[in-house]
Design a protein around this ligand. Structure first.
Ligand SMILES: *Cc1c(COP(=O)(O)O)cnc(C)c1O
Length: 463
């Protein structure tokens, strides 16, 4: 697809300047620009990204799962501009500001609730998902230390889980590509089998698979009595692990097991929060509430980095003391940044004014309809969906026992093929998925489906 030569020249120049100075995230830089095209983006609007090359790209992955209501959404942009003219940043130790207070009130009001359980009652801010995870882990550990339970030092995490890239978050992550190199640096966590329905044994239902994984967790608790301070997991959907989904019954069992052993349950809703899986938070689908909940990514509608860790009153109270050592002395310079909080408040307003969750139900149904023909492709397996996330595996003959040779880089081929058709997909290995901004319209969804179909053809033709 050719565009104006002067625009092509402009894009070329940006690429050159970029590669002269930038080191990109999650990228083997040697692949730029020959194996991996580099797309300089000038502006965004709704679900579109507009390149300097004069082409537009449909953002099929919400720019790493952050964007909710569309790029450059005017109401959020205005809220940030307004706040910037009033108060851009203030130290949050000893000082306070309205957006931080208001956002905390509103997050607590919509947080998952469970009958008979004290609700989440306090909000601690950090500035990205990984930092939020670190906060939750440190809080859980420190709470037991304050209680004199010095043996409670172990974290349980799920196989195939992902919680971020900093060393503490990486220690409870189990995606080999990100973890393996740094393994010698990482604190020891206890890993328990994932309830991932794709890994079900032959003939096993997703519910049975979840049951088996929960039994394994029960065994783990038995083997480490009084040693586990928290279980951390991504409820309903292991995102970076390949958009793998599990039965909600698993979460109810985990909740019970944590309660029985006195360990905390940390729900990492960094990616699943804010309507991604169909409900405001994924925990709601199991009817459970966690002791700690991490939010980031969509928190600001995808505009600014911010994370929030929600904790119960009991957790909070465990730090009240005359000693400073017993306090939670964790901070980040930009903790609770007013601009980010203002963006988050504007995003929550949009949920209410635009009836976003309800509209998403119709959008999700349309996604299912458009994806159904893709499931019939001979190399497609396990097309699955949770709300605004739809995913499937590319595997030889559609058989989970015969994945494609990783050297073929089927996912990368799909990425390039979709990009040529004006759609940004970013497969996780050989898993293709759709996670569009919520404002995506029908014509855009049709383009997404067409480009995905073509990408599957191109990617698997080599194999
Ligand atoms: C992305 C992600 C994180 C890390 O968030 P960053 O802002 O990228 O540090 C943590 N947990 C989950 C479940 C995520 O998807």
């Amino acid at each position: 697809m050719l565009t104006d030569p002067s625009l092509q020249e402009s894009a070329r120049r940006w690429r050159e300047r970029d590669l002269a100075v930038l080191w990109h995230p999650c990228t083997q830089m040697r692949e730029h620009p020959d194996v991996l095209p580099l797309v300089p983006v000038e502006r965004g609007e709704g679900a579109w990204l507009f390149g300097y090359d004069g082409r537009r790209y449909l953002d099929g992955i919400s720019s790493w799962w952050t964007n909710l209501h569309g790029h450059a959404e005017p109401r959020i942009a205005q809220a940030i501009a307004r706040q910037a003219g009033v108060l851009e940043q203030v130290i949050l130790a000893g000082f306070s500001h309205a957006p931080a207070v208001e956002l905390a009130e509103r997050l607590l009001a919509i947080a998952p609730r469970q009958e008979g359980r004290a609700p989440l009652a306090k909000v601690f801010y950090a500035d990205n998902g990984s930092a939020g995870v670190e906060v939750a882990l440190k809080m859980a550990f420190h709470w037991f230390r304050n209680r004199g339970e010095a043996r409670r030092t172990k974290f349980v995490a799920l196989e195939n889980g992902y919680h971020g890239e900093t060393l503490g978050a990486l220690a409870v992550g189990d995606v080999p590509l990100y973890r393996r190199v740094y393994a010698p640096l990482l604190a020891q966590a206890l890993f328990t089998p994932s309830p991932d329905a794709y890994q079900a044994a032959p003939g096993e239902s997703p519910a049975q698979c979840a049951q088996r994984a929960a039994d394994a967790l029960a065994d783990l608790f038995d083997r480490h009595p009084g040693e586990i301070c928290a279980v951390i997991l991504e409820p309903r959907l292991q995102c970076a692990g390949g958009m793998r989904m599990h039965d909600a019954a698993y979460l109810r069992r985990v909740r019970e097991l944590c309660d029985a052993s006195g360990a905390f349950l940390v729900a990492d809703e960094v990616a699943t929060g804010f309507g991604r899986t169909g409900t405001m938070f994924a925990c709601e689908q199991a009817g459970i509430a966690p002791d700690l909940m991490c939010l980031s990514k969509g928190l600001t509608g995808g505009f600014l980095p911010l994370s929030a860790v929600l904790a119960t009153q009991m957790l909070y109270d465990g730090f009240l003391d005359d000693s400073r050592e017993r306090a939670f002395l964790h901070s980040h310079s930009y903790t609770g940044n007013p601009l980010a909080c203002a963006a988050a408040l504007a995003s929550l307003d949009i949920f209410a004014s635009d009836g976003v969750l309800e509209r998403n139900r119709a959008t999700a149904a349309r996604m299912a309809e458009l994806a159904a023909p893709l499931a019939a492709h001979p190399h497609v397996a396990d097309l699955r969906q949770a709300g605004m996330v739809l995913a499937f595996e590319l595997t030889r003959g559609g058989d989970r026992a015969t994945p494609f040779d990783p050297a073929l880089r089927v996912g990368l081929r799909a990425y390039r093929a979709a990009l040529e058709r004006g759609v940004l997909l970013r497969p996780l290995g050989d898993v293709l998925y759709w996670m569009p901004p919520y404002c995506v319209d029908d014509a855009q969804l049709r383009l997404l489906a067409e480009a995905t179909g073509a990408a599957i053809e191109d990617a698997t033709a080599c194999a």
